[in-house]
Design a binder for this molecule. Structure first.
Ligand code: ATR
Length: 281
């Protein structure tokens, strides 16, 4: 084969535009170091007009695959050579595996990461027991709604400031997704196994999510995809009201597992050491 790389170690990375705030290099580098594996994980900033061309060049440079982030998670499905069912259903990909012949395989591990985080940190969580409530209807919401349905949630209530986005999401996933008015979100907590914030409210520099959990069942699990800060005002309020909470950092950590495994050949662990390494990055 021509164009063989000088680099013999397996490589992977994360592609976005911009990319400088990504925590993924710290995350994967921690695992490579911990397991003493040969390999490299880098941040790559590809401009939109060069995205596909640059991505297709990577296998020849020793790349086994990459993570994909904003703004390319949906775009990449337009030209991927194979797409997993879950990526197709979610409508976005975050993990790419290059086949030996350079073909692009696209997967989405965000919903998987969401579930694994809750399983690890709330072992008694029973997502199939009762409906779930998802706040927000953007890209992250789609992955989470898919994941909750896949775990057997009898239904998923979705509330979004812009109602039409929630309606689009509901029509995509079918009868088990129920749209709730944004100003009724608090009432829709009643009878929910799980309450999730997928909006950007509560993120550093963003307005707080002001909502109370009075209507929530005592055994509901409350989680947030925002992890900076770790304890968002949303989670803090839920905890003050006596509810069990899980922060969002674990979703980021767990979504990285399948990629690392496929590129570097070892199933990595998500533990406190990793959390600290990523928090420091
Ligand atoms: P992502 O892919 O991370 O989910 P996104 O697609 O931009 O990002 O979605 C952001 C979500 O946060 C949306 O649900 C958005 O609501 P709108 O669809 O009404 O924009 C929600 N969001 C952002 N700022 C918000 C705010 N100030 N109040 C309520 N919801 C907000």
């Amino acid at each position: 084969m021509s164009g063989m790389s000088k680099v013999s170690i397996p490589r992977a990375g994360v592609i976005g535009f911009p990319i400088k705030h990504s925590k993924s290099p710290a995350l994967h580098s921690h695992w490579l170091k911990r397991y003493g594996l040969p390999g490299e994980y880098v941040a790559l900033e590809f401009p939109p007009e060069k995205f596909e061309e640059s991505l297709r060049r990577l296998p020849r440079k020793g790349f086994k695959g990459v993570n994909i982030t904003i703004p390319y998670k949906e775009v990449v499905l337009g030209f991927a050579d194979s797409i997993t069912d879950r990526a197709a259903l979610i409508g976005a990909a975050n993990t790419i595996h290059f086949h030996a012949d350079g073909r692009i395989g696209a997967d989405n591990t965000d919903g998987y990461g969401f579930i694994q985080n809750l399983r690890q940190n709330a072992p008694d969580w029973a997502p199939s027991s009762k409906p779930a409530l998802v706040l927000g209807a953007g890209g992250a919401s789609r992955a989470i709604v898919w994941a909750l349905l896949n775990e057997g949630a009898p239904s998923v209530r979705v509330a979004n400031r812009t109602k039409i986005r929630a309606e689009k999401l509901a029509s995509h996933f079918g009868a088990k997704v129920e749209v709730v008015d944004w100003d009724r979100a608090s009432e829709a907590m009643e009878g929910a196994s799980t309450i999730v914030n997928t909006t950007s409210l509560g993120m550093e520099g963003q307005p707080e999510f002001r909502i109370d959990f009075d209507a929530a069942d005592r055994d509901t699990l409350v989680t947030d995809i925002v992890y900076a800060p770790l304890m968002t005002p949303f989670l803090k309020k839920a905890a003050e009201q006596g509810l069990n909470t899980v922060d969002g950092l674990g979703m980021l950590l767990h979504q990285a597992v399948p990629g690392f495994e496929s590129w570097f050949g070892r199933t990595p662990e998500v533990d406190e050491d990793l959390r600290q390494a990523v928090l420091k990055a």
